[in-house]
Design a protein around this ligand. Structure first.
Ligand SMILES: Cc1ncc(COP(=O)(O)O)c(C=O)c1O
Length: 414
């Protein structure tokens, strides 16, 4: 949460920028990365999940912080190269990888393609054959829910499109079939055990489970790396949630790494998005109207779920502040300008009573904010992104007017 002194400082900057917009503080990102690198054993490598925030300038800061890249599309591969990530520090996960995406990943010699199904393994195999290459892959495992991995129940219980179900993976027939694919080297496992985890024990249990799966798979393949999702959380509701304790977590991880000879010389990758960037960003929007509807108080803002969708679909409030005043706090529901009741940026949140023209900050918006919104709904301006770095303010994505993106064409193609 921004301390009061900084709020006053940033308010003066925000007044000079057209709303709505995202604003990031570079040093907050650097601090997060150095906290992890300082505490974690050097064997653990941090790969940044581009899905959380893929602004090129943010990626450059993260690259300079010595992180790798966790990408999920051709666009993200392009961004990874453009921001300076080397092939050996890129992993590619995600369902539905298209031929072109696999081809480019192979050409760029990325460290690993994390395969999500048998069909995908076969596709990677045949494309590799075409390029006369052997491609390093990890098997993304969708764990079987059991009392052994109770911390994973949340993820494993659900039938999802992600990864290969653990119970199928270890069937003889399956192992035989994937062993026959001669143009891939199965060298790693990938597991994503959930997001927004704030309890170190839960992460440690999940990690132990990942290690047990890697050991099991190493009976059949020479497993050299574990790509352990991550999903470290940040508090959004300061009354109910607390900061993830990195000391306890790093100590627990050190113990596991020290005690288990299987892990010696293995590459251990943690894929983190939210933890690195969430708290560096604020979404700033202006109050356009204030109204009451049957006792419920609303502030209508100039930014909505076209800019920041996650609040609405996760029904999870971010911390909010009114940058323009510090009067008594009242409960307000913050809504955007879209014609849908889903356009809520904060339900019954407490803030200094907003007035028309006030600047409202939705905090902890640096992850899954801009990158996970629905910008075209209602054809509003696409908001800009700004960065505060070394006492200077930079625009790092210009706002995009509808005149620019509503460009149509009609030409015969068939
Ligand atoms: C495969 C994978 N890795 C990493 C992440 C990043 O998770 P987080 O931002 O919670 O750290 C995600 C998020 O959905 C994911 O699906």
């Amino acid at each position: 949460m921004l301390p009061l002194k900084r709020r006053i400082f940033f308010k003066k900057i925000f007044e000079k920028i057209p709303t709505p917009f995202y604003f990031y503080i570079a040093d907050e990102i650097r601090k997060r990365i150095s906290l992890l690198l300082r505490n974690f054993s050097p064997q653990i490598e941090i790969f940044f999940s581009f899905k959380a925030n893929s602004n090129l300038e943010i990626l450059k800061i993260i690259r300079k912080g010595k992180c790798g890249a966790d990408i999920s599309s051709l666009g993200e591969l392009f961004l990874a190269k453009k921001s300076g990530f080397k092939g050996e520090d890129i992993v590619f996960a995600g369902p539905g990888k298209k031929e072109k995406e696999i081809e480019e990943a192979i050409k760029e010699n990325i460290f690993s393609i994390n395969a999500e199904s048998l069909t995908e393994l076969k596709r990677i195999n045949s494309i590799s054959e075409k390029f006369k290459k052997k491609t390093r892959v990890a098997l993304r495992i969708n764990p079987t829910p059991s009392s052994q991995n109770s911390a994973l129940l949340k993820m494993g219980k659900r039938e999802t499109q992600f990864g290969i179900p653990e119970e199928i993976l270890f069937e003889k027939k399956f192992i035989k079939e994937i062993s026959s694919l001669k143009h891939i080297n199965i060298e790693g496992i990938h597991l994503f055990s959930g997001t927004q985890i704030l309890c170190p024990k839960e992460i440690l249990d999940n990690f132990k489970y990942a290690v047990s799966l890697a050991k099991k798979l190493s009976q059949f393949f020479p497993i050299n790396f574990i790509d352990f999702g991550g999903g470290f959380g940040v508090p959004y509701d300061y009354l109910k949630e607390h900061t993830l304790d990195i000391n306890i977590l790093s100590q627990g991880l050190k113990d596991i790494l020290r005690k288990d000879p299987f892990l010696t010389k293995k590459r251990i990758i943690f894929e983190l998005g939210r933890f690195i960037v969430a708290e560096s960003g604020v979404f700033v929007t202006k109050v356009v109207d204030v109204k009451t509807c049957r006792r419920k108080k609303f502030a209508v803002l100039d930014g909505g779920i076209n800019n920041l969708l996650r609040v609405s679909f996760l029904r999870e409030n971010h911390p909010v502040i009114n940058f323009s005043r510090t009067s008594k706090k009242e409960k307000f529901t913050l809504v955007g300008p879209l014609c849908t009741p889903l356009d809520i940026l904060g339900e019954d949140v407490k803030l200094s009573s907003p007035k028309i023209g006030d600047l409202i900050g939705i905090l902890n918006a640096g992850a899954y904010g801009f990158s996970e919104s629905m910008p075209y709904f209602l054809s509003h301006l696409i908001c800009g992104e700004y960065l505060y770095d070394e006492k200077k303010v930079f625009v790092i994505r210009e706002p995009l007017s509808f005149q620019k993106y509503l460009k149509f064409c009609k030409k015969r193609i068939l």
